[in-house]
Unconditional design. Structure first.
Length: 94
């Protein structure tokens, strides 16, 4: 892989706000302004799952308080905190 080369492009009709890689680098979690957190397979760019953590989206005026995804050290859990004061914990099975 050459430095500076685009490897994958993942597209959705919303603005990505935060990104986090799983500990082994095989999954990318992306938090979106529409309230979804999408899991992507980094090798193929395929969408693995859409997690509806915040069904009403993220209001623009509080977009600075974005949903921040974070994987557990073993990659089996994904925590997502948000502007509304909640943290959601998801099990990740691959």
């Amino acid at each position: 892989m050459a430095a500076g080369q685009v490897l994958r492009t993942m597209l959705r009709p919303a603005n990505p706000l935060e990104l986090a890689f799983s500990p082994d680098g095989t999954v990318l979690a992306s938090g979106w302004q529409d309230g979804l957190t999408v899991l992507w397979e980094t090798r193929t760019g395929m969408e693995l799952a859409s997690l509806v953590g915040f069904p009403y989206g993220i209001p623009l005026e509080v977009a600075i308080f974005r949903p921040v995804p974070a994987f557990s050290p073993d990659g089996t859990l994904l925590a997502i905190g948000s502007w509304d004061g909640t943290v959601r914990l998801w099990g990740i099975h691959r």
